[in-house]
Design a protein around this ligand. Structure first.
Ligand code: IMP
Ligand code: MG
Length: 179
C-alpha cells in the first residue's frame, strides 16, 4: 500500500483517493461476479459505511436495492464501549433476500458480529459481509468477512466516512490520526 507522509495538523495521509477508487473497483468486480443475477439488498451501516456504499453501488451495473441500518457501539472518541444495539432498523424485508452488509471498517468485530447475527435471525436467502478496511489486530470475536478492501494496522483512521467524534467523515482520502 502506498503511504504518503503529507501532514494536516495531527493527520497523516495514509490511503490516497486513487487507492480507494481502485480498491472499490476491485471489490465491485468480485461482488458483480457473485450477485449480478440475485437482485441483492446492500445494507450500509450508518454513518461510516455510507460513503463506501455510495461509491460501491455506482460501480455495480446490475439490479440491486439498498437500505441502511444504524448500530451503536462506540462513544465519542476512539475507544469501543463494547455494548451494541440497533439504533435505527431496516425498512426493507430481509427474509428471502440476498443480503450484503457494507461497512467502512472491522476493528474488534463486535459491531459487525452483532449485526450479522441480528440479520441472520431475519432469515435472508444469504448473508455476506463486505468491508473496505479490515483492522484485525484488535479482533475480539470470530468474524467472517467475505470481501475485504484493504487490511490495515492498528491505527486510528479518519476520512472517507470514518470519523473521530463526528469529524473528518468528509475527507476524500483516509488519514492516520496521531495524538
Ligand atoms: P468494532 O465493533 O470494534 O469492529 O468497531 C467497528 C466500528 O468502530 C466501525 O464501524 C467504526 O465506526 C468504528 N471504528 C473502528 N476503527 C475505527 C477507526 O480507525 N477510525 C474510525 N472509526 C473506527
Ligand atoms: Mg461504522
Amino acid at each position: 500500500m502506498q503511504i504518503m507522509m503529507e501532514t494536516k495538523n495531527n493527520l497523516h495521509l495514509y490511503i490516497p483517493r486513487d487507492t480507494i477508487t481502485a480498491t472499490v473497483s476491485r471489490l465491485a468486480g468480485e461482488i458483480t461476479a457473485d450477485y449480478r443475477d440475485k437482485n441483492p439488498l446492500l445494507v450500509g451501516v450508518l454513518k461510516g459505511g455510507i460513503v463506501f456504499l455510495a461509491d460501491l453501488i455506482r460501480c455495480l451495473d446490475f439490479p440491486l436495492e439498498i437500505d441502511c441500518i444504524k448500530v451503536s457501539s462506540y462513544g465519542a472518541g476512539q475507544q469501543s464501549s463494547g455494548t451494541v444495539s440497533v439504533v435505527q432498523g431496516l425498512n426493507s424485508e430481509v427474509s428471502g433476500r440476498h443480503v450484503l452488509v457494507v461497512e467502512d471498517i472491522a476493528d474488534t468485530g463486535i459491531t459487525l458480529s452483532f449485526l450479522m447475527t441480528y440479520l441472520q435471525e431475519k432469515s435472508p436467502a444469504s448473508l455476506r459481509l463486505c468491508v473496505l478496511l479490515d483492522k484485525p489486530a484488535q479482533r475480539r470475536c470470530d468474524l467472517h468477512i467475505d470481501y475485504i478492501g484493504l487490511t490495515v494496522p492498528d491505527k486510528f483512521l479518519v476520512g472517507y466516512g470514518l470519523d473521530c467524534s463526528e469529524k473528518y467523515r468528509n475527507l476524500p482520502d483516509i488519514w492516520v490520526m496521531e495524538g
